[in-house]
Ligand binder design. Sequence first.
Ligand SMILES: [Zn+2]
Length: 531
Amino acid sequence: MSTPKPRTLPASEDPLISRRGFVGATGVLLAARELAGDDRVNAQSAVPHTSIERFSERESLRAAKAVVKMAQKTILRISREVWNKPAVGLREQEAMEVHIRELEAAGFTMVSRNSGGHPTAFVAQWSQGSGGPKLGFLPEYDALPGLGNAAEPLVKPADNGLTDGHGCGHNCLGAGCTGAAITLKAMMVQRNVAGTLRVYGCGAEENVGAKIFMAKAGLFDDLDAALAWHPAAVPVTGTFVTNANHFMRVSWKGRTAHAGMDPWSGRSALDAAELFAHGVNLMREHLEPTARLHYIYEIAGVAPNVVPDEARIWIQARDITTPRVNAITDWLAQLAEGAALGTQTTATFQVELGMAEYIPNETLAERVFEHLQHTPLDWTAEEQAFAQACQKAMGANEAGLATQVAPMIQDAKFGASSDVADVSWNTPVAVFGWPTYPLGVNLHTWGVTACGGTSIGDKGSLAAAAILAAVGYELLTEPELRTKAKEELTRRLDGRKYQAVQNMDLQEMREVSARCQKGMADEYVSGVDTN
Ligand SMILES: [Zn+2]
């Protein structure tokens, strides 16, 4: 079998790659979003799907496609049921149970529920032979508030009356990942290949990411590789870095008083919060240009005639490396204390949750990139018309659905963060984007929900399942590919050790979930990505 070198574009050749300002959940899909929305890429830079004949399709992908056909009903049942049971993170038990039911029916056994102490995480496993490699799959299944929509190309409430919806396409994502595990199991049985397949139910990706909890518990430590994909507007993969981040809660306690009669008896916690926020904005000048700081006031008093005795700020810090985020965090803690001193209040500073920066794996990305080019984008006229109707309704260019693979991303840095990063420190990760919604449309919008409930989303789940199963098969049967991917991870880590940042109890997790349900709905509806 030939092993062609996939076509790549160095970053310098592509003006998009070095652009900043990506927002979203997973780096690769962010790139897809940006690339999809940019006519230069659609017109010039993408890899024409018809030009792939110069590479031969690997046998593993051909075999995976055939098995996916047999598993099609199962895969699409998962996607559709999860689409019909949308719920935000930590409330998505029903969606989780769909995955567990199908995995058990396919012969997987449950290793754990509440994995890593996360209420909507699970681990299921299937093994054959002894001493074989271990691969992980990362399905997600949580929805977003306010994005419930019918499977129609216009803003229309879902038939089930639910206001949550799969505006990030996690119904397709989950079906593709779990479907890939089921597909690969069938291939291993057919061909008597030894190995262990482990499916990690990655609950609450949008608000309290389960991967961090499972990484903290060491559940990815013994894997040879992990495989994932995300719905996108174009097929895309490559090497990229998502930011490390910390979610912090800072609260102050003061003393209440009548704001008119004896304000001198009170000590305002809100004053402390305002002083802190001012300090944050002064800090910005002295941080690296890659740093990001964003905060909201969660508690800021109840009435202007009462001196607030309680205030709370929820702040997030991001930068391209964990040490940089740690340094910003230390400074913020000093600022919180300084604000308390200056207002005679007391401060509490807590780092609740954090994500590492993503460690890309070019070895696996190159393999994935090959498969992307051998996977058809065969949309029907109806699907293209549906996509164009969505685009029209959303004010996007009526370019329809992607028909080309995006150039391989090389060493791009994104502003956003992803909990897939916490897996990537512990095992090599292969990840890519595959279209389930129209060009120029953003994730976290009703259009993604709508398309995910149609054959457009279905084709994405099936294509992703085949690509993931093919890469999985190659990892199981090509020891040199595993070794090369692991060596690359070791080289990129350069002695650094993973340290999970997860200090939330169940009550705090539920508070975040409730806040996301209520307070973030408007932002999601507007298409602003808040992850
Ligand atoms: Zn997502």
